[in-house]
Design a protein around this ligand. Structure first.
Ligand code: WT7
Length: 652
């Protein structure tokens, strides 16, 4: 077999010729960005409009115990004005958002910048009339409809802090987030159509607020018109509230370091963390990466298929594209509804130029063959992107050949909720790509590879270890909401002086980075991040479960699947019905994305004499690789491992 990692795909001369950044420019700008970081960002910080221009560029301390990250700190701006108002003069009648509904029979909407301005101002005035003020938190729990973008921008306009909760999360997960950020308002819709089915979102909100300690007001967008349960005094229809407010709303003057949003993400321990992003640096970084990574040019139609409930949707459906005056496409549905041609049908219909999706979607569609792709005219496509997990060379090649017709550079972008925007990525006119590698750092980004055990930085070009960042970039998260200590403990404690990503990586002889996956107890299921601890605590909350351990295992479509080892309470009989009951339980506790794929009954779990579960062993068994368990001499009861191997669920 050909070693794919040695195959490189340089940009064509034609592409490089019209690109914002070619190889020489990348080399020159990258050098400038790390040799004179302040000078570089002082210049590029000007790409957005400031109310009061910044005079300080960077004030960063990565020392554990004292971590503090500030960019452009004395500048003031308004993020919504940057995404809307400043485009009105030249592109008021240009489409800002194309909305493609779940059902292909329902009409798409084209919302111009002028219309976006009116919608967002009205929405902002509604929030104000509900008592929302600068600094207040607003939870957004919506399907992929234009009102999700209006809600985000309305918060930004008045300086409220939004926290989007993915509409696939359960009422309990929603309640935890409402309580953690102490939300004043929850924005939802009656129902959420997706893939031909409708979720009763409003009902989830009712349940969440019943469980929550907080008592927020609820603002409801009418999407489906279905019957919903209503609480007078607490619940308000958006369309009714909008009748009484003006379509003008002055943008607030916001400090660069005032929070723009909180987004909850899973870690290796405990409950999800509220990742805090602030206004100035985040917007500069989202906009700049959007323009350069996708080589976005004025007039292009950009489509990121993520949900706004994830950071990808924040940075590359809403903030990055709109700050650049782009036309951004927002899709309510799923890749396989009504059939596996939907993505390509939408690309043809709206003449999409840049398309950005996840490896899990590519693999799922690859499994349906080439015919659903070849049915459509994809000649508008110029750049293809991927994000969320390592892309296997097979999927990369299919994306390149069948979707891109070997004409479209592929940008494999590595980043995280915490990073705000791309950190490792090819630039399509500059970087020769290698299938499976996220290639090289974006401007200002200083990746280092450390030895996992010693924390020593590996100076040689060829290296394998943990991926850290030696310095800050403007889009970096600033803190964990309400828990700065946890922020420092998670990212700055283990490797002193660095930001620790939690990912392992390899650097090859050309200095290219290959992400090898998480080195902590975080798994990546269909590009969604799950803490194994979260699934475990959901399982042990079930009355019949005594103990549970959860690990990831390689899954053909999802990247990783969820493998749960479950020890039942004494007297409880294992059965397939109980397996289903436990799966449904986890789905109910967290959401469908957390549902275990395989559950193995474990009479006991492999533990050290001090009682620590030896996850390494559980991972090997789940990977169907019981012959390489490694050192098992510290096991308290070696015989439990024999039973687990004997009854393993994943024999392939
Ligand atoms: C984790 C972050 C950033 C938006 C989507 C996920 C993995 C992300 C890649 C990539 C290999 C990747 C990492 C990272 N990841 N992109 N191109 N190649 N791995 O955001 O939920 O914060 O997850 O996703 O493991 O740490 P997230």
């Amino acid at each position: 077999m050909l070693d794919e990692s040695e195959k490189t795909y340089p940009p064509s001369d034609a592409f490089a010729g019209t690109a914002h950044i070619d190889k020489a420019t990348y080399d020159e700008m990258y050098a400038a960005s790390v040799n004179d970081t302040e000078g570089f960002w002082a210049e590029h910080g000007k790409r957005i409009d400031w109310i009061k221009p910044f005079t300080k560029v960077k004030d960063v301390n990565f020392d554990y115990g004292d971590v503090s990250i500030k960019w452009f700190e004395d500048g003031t701006l308004n993020v919504a004005a940057n995404c809307i108002d400043r485009h009105l003069k030249d592109r008021g009648t240009q489409t800002a958002i194309i909305w493609e509904p779940d059902e292909d029979g329902e009409d798409a909407q084209h919302i111009t910048y002028q219309q976006l301005h009116a919608h967002v101002c009205k929405f902002a005035n509604v929030l104000k009339s509900m008592g929302v003020e600068k600094g207040d938190r607003v939870v957004i729990y919506l399907p992929m409809i234009p009102q999700a973008a209006y809600a985000m921008l309305a918060c930004a306009r008045i300086g409220a802090v939004h926290s989007i909760v993915f509409a696939g999360f359960s009422p309990d997960a929603l309640a935890n987030r409402i309580d953690d950020c102490r939300a004043k308002v929850v924005i939802t819709s009656d129902g959420a159509p997706r893939g031909g089915r409708v979720t009763n979102l409003k009902d989830n909100v009712n349940q969440a607020i019943n469980h929550a300690a907080e008592d927020p007001q609820v603002l409801v967008v009418k999407r489906t018109g279905q019957q919903i349960a209503w609480v007078d005094g607490r619940d308000h229809w958006l369309h009714e509230m909008e009748q009484d407010v003006s379509d003008q709303c002055e943008p607030e003057e916001i400090g660069a370091e005032d929070p723009l949003f909180i987004l909850y993400t899973s870690g290796s321990t405990g409950k999800p963390k509220g990742v805090v992003h602030t206004s100035g640096g985040y917007l500069v970084y989202a906009a700049m990466t959007h323009q350069y990574t996708f080589d976005y040019h004025d007039g292009d139609i950009f489509w990121c298929t993520a949900d706004v409930g994830w950071v990808t949707g924040h940075s590359y459906i809403v903030y990055g594209p709109l700050a650049n005056g782009a036309t951004t496409l927002m899709f309510e549905g799923v890749p396989t509804y009504p059939d596996a041609g939907r993505f390509w049908q939408v690309c043809e219909k709206h003449k999409v130029n840049q398309f950005y999706t996840a490896p899990t979607a590519i693999r799922a569609l690859m499994g349906k063959g080439n015919e659903p792709v070849e049915k459509y005219d994809l000649s508008s496509l110029k750049v293809l992107g991927t994000v969320g997990e390592p892309i296997n060379p097979e999927a990369w090649n299919w994306y390149n050949e069948v979707v891109g017709k070997e004409r479209c550079p592929i940008v494999d972008t590595w980043w995280q909720t915490e990073t705000g925007g791309h950190l490792l990525t090819p630039l399509p006119g500059a970087t020769a790509t290698k299938p499976g590698s996220a290639t090289l750092p974006f401007f200002g980004v200083q990746p280092v590879v450390l030895e996992a055990e010693s924390g020593k930085e590996i100076e040689e070009t060829e290296a394998e270890g943990v991926l850290c960042l030696a310095d800050s970039w403007p889009g970096q998260m600033r803190t964990v909401w309400g828990d700065h200590q946890r922020f420092m403990d998670t990212y700055f404690q283990q490797y002193k002086g660095y930001y620790f990503s939690g990912d392992g990586c390899r650097r090859d002889k050309d200095g290219y980075y290959w992400i090898t996956g998480r080195v902590d107890d975080v798994i990546n299921v269909s590009g969604h991040r799950m803490g194994t601890a979260e699934v475990e605590s959901a399982l042990v909350a079930h009355a019949k479960v005594a103990e549970a351990a959860v690990v990831g295992y390689p899954h053909e479509i999802k990247g990783q699947g969820i493998y749960a080892y479950v020890t039942l309470m004494g007297g409880v009989e294992p059965s397939d019905a109980l397996r289903k009951e436990l799966s449904d339980w986890v789905r109910h506790e967290i959401g469908p994305i957390a549902k275990p794929d395989l559950i193995q009954w474990a009479p006991g779990l492999p533990k050290t004499r001090s009682g620590k579960i030896m996850r390494r062993i559980l991972r090997k068994i789940a990977e169907n690789d019981p012959d390489s368990l490694g050192d098992t001499s510290t096991l308290a009861e070696p015989q439990v491992v024999d039973d687990l191997i004997e009854n393993r669920m994943n024999r392939g």
